[in-house]
Design a protein around this ligand. Structure first.
Ligand SMILES: NC(=O)c1ccc[n+]([C@@H]2O[C@H](COP(=O)([O-])OP(=O)(O)OC[C@H]3O[C@@H](n4cnc5c(N)ncnc54)[C@H](OP(=O)(O)O)[C@@H]3O)[C@@H](O)[C@H]2O)c1
Length: 262
C-alpha cells in the first residue's frame, strides 16, 4: 500500500506522535491533529530532510464539526481523498463506581468514541467514492472486558471495537479497509500517571513499529503484546461471576495498596 496522505488525531504525543513521524519520514504528507500545536510544530521539525512533511492541525476532537471540517480540508489538499486516516486521540480518566462523576464518563465517551467514530465516518465517503484507502481506530485490549475503576474507558473502547467491526462487514469486497488496533500497556503520557503494575509494557517506538507493520500488511486488526492478548482472550471466555472475582483481585487500587505495604 502506498501511503502519500495521512490524517492522524492525537499526534502531539505517544503513539500518534510516533505514527506521524514514521509516515512523514516515509515520504507522506501527514496532517497531524491535536490541541497542543507547539508540540506538533516541533514534531514537524524532526522530519528528515528530503522526506515527507507534517502539517500541524490545531484541533480539539471534541468539537465534531471542526473535526470533520479538518478532514475535509485535508482531503481537498490531497486530491480528494486521504490514503490513511488514524483515529488515535484518546483519554483515560478513572471512573470508579463508588465515586462516579457523570461528567468524566461523558468526556471519555465523547473523545474516545464519538470523536473516534466521527474521524472514521468523515473520512469514509471520499474513500468509498475512490474505492481505496484505510481507516484505522486505536481501541484497546481494555475494551474486551470491564476493568476495575475504568468503566468509561473500557466501554468507550468496546463501542469503538464493535463500530469498526460492523464497518468491516459493510466494506467487504470493496477496496477500502477498516482496521482496529488493540494495544496493551505502552509507555506514553497516558500511562505515566499509573501507579499500578502494567504487565508486558512496551516502549512507544516498539508499539509504533508493530502498528505500522500491521497496517502495511493490510491486517483487519492488530493486538499486542502477545502475552497480554492471550490473557485477554482467556478472560473473555470466563463466566461473569469468575471474571468479576479475578478482576476485583487485580483492581489497580488493590495492587497499588499491596505494593505500598510490601
Ligand atoms: N498507552 C497505552 O498503554 C494505551 C493502551 C491502549 C490504548 N491506548 C490508546 O492509544 C491512543 C493514544 O494514546 P497514548 O498512549 O499515545 O496517549 P497520550 O500520549 O496521552 O496521547 C494522547 C493524544 O490524544 C490527544 N488528545 C486527547 N484529547 C484530545 C482532544 N480533545 N482533542 C484533540 N486531541 C486530543 C492528545 O493531544 P493534545 O493533548 O495535544 O490535544 C495526545 O496527542 C489512545 O486512544 C489510547 O486510548 C493507549
Amino acid at each position: 500500500m502506498s501511503v502519500r496522505s495521512v490524517f492522524i488525531t492525537g499526534a502531539s504525543s505517544g503513539l500518534g506522535r510516533g505514527l506521524a513521524l514514521h509516515y512523514a519520514n516515509a515520504g507522506a504528507t501527514v496532517f497531524a491533529a491535536a490541541r497542543r500545536v507547539a508540540e506538533l510544530e516541533s514534531l514537524a521539525q524532526e522530519v528528515s530532510a528530503g522526506a515527507g512533511r507534517i502539517v500541524a492541525v490545531a484541533l480539539d476532537v471534541g468539537d465534531l464539526e471542526a473535526l470533520s471540517s479538518s478532514i475535509a480540508r485535508a482531503e481537498s489538499e490531497s486530491g480528494g481523498a486521504l490514503d490513511l486516516v488514524i483515529a488515535n486521540a484518546g483519554i483515560g480518566i478513572p471512573t470508579d463506581a463508588r465515586n462516579l462523576d457523570w461528567r468524566a464518563v461523558e468526556r471519555v465517551f465523547h473523545v474516545n468514541t464519538s470523536a473516534a467514530c466521527t474521524t472514521v465516518s468523515a473520512a469514509l465517503p471520499a474513500m468509498v467514492a475512490k474505492n481505496t484507502g484505510t481507516v484505522v481506530a486505536v481501541a484497546s485490549l481494555a475494551g474486551f472486558r470491564g476493568m476495575a475503576g475504568h468503566a468509561a474507558y473500557c466501554a468507550s473502547k468496546a463501542a469503538l471495537r464493535t463500530f469498526m467491526e460492523s464497518l468491516r462487514v459493510d466494506l467487504r469486497g470493496t477496496g477500502v479497509r477498516a482496521l482496529t488496533i488493540y494495544p496493551g500497556f505502552v509507555r506514553t503520557e497516558m500511562t505515566a500517571k499509573n501507579r499500578f503494575p502494567m504487565p508486558f509494557i512496551l516502549d512507544a517506538d516498539e508499539a509504533v513499529r508493530v502498528m505500522v507493520r500491521g497496517i502495511a500488511r493490510g491486517k483487519r486488526s492488530i493486538a499486542y503484546p502477545l502475552p497480554l492478548v492471550l490473557a485477554t482472550r482467556w478472560m473473555a471466555t470466563l463466566p461473569d461471576f469468575l471474571y468479576e472475582f479475578i478482576a476485583s483481585k487485580l483492581a489497580p487500587q488493590r495492587l497499588a495498596k499491596k505494593r505500598k505495604s510490601n
